[in-house]
Design a protein around this ligand. Structure first.
Ligand code: FNR
Ligand code: LAC
Length: 351
């Protein structure tokens, strides 16, 4: 694929549409119900404005930062996404290689189509493991133990999916998981047959904050809670020993009418006052979006759909190209905002 005309992350989407099975594309792209939250994630970034400072020496831009002490090349990471082989036969292995080349942190998901060990072996870049807790708690124990052994540096508990959201696009196009995209982490397990059915029926709906302490006890790894949208829950995350939170509405795929992530970031950051690290995902498409999130107090942001589109469009090279684009945009926007390092971006940079 020739990416000469791909100048921004969103340019990958039509390539993905052409490359993918239509129902799998609907699964990727769709949100819950009326998709109000899905649209608002992007629209809310566009409503915010940056306050550039001029005549600042920006001759030496350095985008490097850390995420829970893990050094990364920029404050942009790849979010956990299920079943990446729906996009490309190389799936998460391609994502892992592209992320490592860019020095960017990636997540292996519980429902990844490659196993967490395959993802770890593919490349030695920084990586965290995303955990769904099933009714069979032994499964979570096993996954966390395997993730720690395979060099993952944090466990990210996704808290906003006690049940899947009501995703009409997927229902309308009768999406079923094809054999080659099935989760790779359970190959040895009998009974994990129909993936979405498994997801619907076996996620532990009784999971509560006290279980975060249980997850912490499964390994030495720090635990991050993904899917926090309120100050109240941010405080509970601290009280239960989380090392970080991801402000996220799951890319508008769970509760429709939940607020855009960027609209509640400030509330969460103000509550936490630096107690633990805050990340954000949902609707990040531009370098300037990254800066708005940093200005409102995020340590880093995660990309979801944009890298899936790039993966569908061109495998590892597609994702590598996507990361080059967002990096170039970020550097350009930093120079124009008048900052040289991520930690220089503060509230005064956003209106
Ligand atoms: C996701 N997301 C997700 N999150 C998670 O914690 N575990 C998962 O298995 C998945 N799976 C998944 C599949 C697909 C196809 C998408 C699009 C998303 C949510 C993801 O981590 C992230 O929160 C959003 O994708 C961020 O929003 P944007 O960047 O897609 O707007
Ligand atoms: C999704 C689940 C798997 O959003 O996280 O599709």
């Amino acid at each position: 694929v020739n990416f000469d005309h791909v100048l921004r992350l969103q340019d990958f989407e039509p390539f993905a549409r052409d490359a993918m099975d239509p129902s799998a594309f609907d699964y990727f792209t769709g949100g819950a119900a009326d998709e109000v939250t899905l649209r608002d994630n992007v629209a809310a970034f566009a409503r915010r404005k940056l306050r550039p400072r001029v005549l600042v020496d920006v001759s030496g831009i350095d985008t490097r930062t850390t995420m829970l002490e893990t050094p990364v090349a920029m404050p942009v990471a790849l979010a956990p996404t299920a079943m990446d082989r729906l996009a490309h036969p190389d799936g998460e292995v391609a994502v892992s290689r592209a992320a490592a080349r860019a020095g960017v942190l990636m997540h292996a998901a519980t429902f990844s189509s490659c196993s967490l060990e395959e993802i770890a072996t593919a490349a030695g870049g920084p990586r965290w493991f995303q955990l769904y807790v099933h009714q069979d708690r032994g499964l979570a124990e096993e996954l966390v133990t395997r993730a720690a052994a395979a060099g993952y540096r944090a466990v990210v508990v996704t808290a906003d999916l006690p049940v899947p959201g009501y995703r009409e696009r997927e229902l309308r196009s009768r999406f079923v998981v094809p054999d080659d995209a099935r989760p790779g982490n359970y190959r040895d397990r009998a009974g994990v047959e129909e993936v979405l059915g498994y997801l619907t029926h076996n996620i532990d709906q009784s999971l509560t904050w006290s279980d975060i302490e249980w997850v912490r006890g499964l390994s030495e790894l720090p635990v991050v809670v993904k899917g926090v949208l309120t100050a109240e829950d941010a405080r509970l995350a601290v009280e239960h020993g989380a090392a970080g939170v991801v402000v996220s509405n799951h890319g508008g795929r769970q509760l429709d009418r939940a607020p855009a992530s960027i609209d509640v970031l400030q509330e969460v950051v103000d509550e936490l006052r630096g107690d633990i690290e805050v990340y954000l995902d949902g609707g990040v498409r531009r370098g300037s979006d990254v800066l708005i999130a940093l200005a409102l107090g995020a340590r880093a942001v995660l990309l979801g759909r944009p890298y899936l589109w790039a993966l569908a469009a061109g495998g590892e090279e597609g994702v590598a190209r996507a990361l080059e684009l967002i990096r170039a945009e970020l550097e350009n926007s930093m120079a124009l905002l008048g900052v040289t390092r991520p930690d220089q971006v503060n509230r005064a940079h956003v209106m």
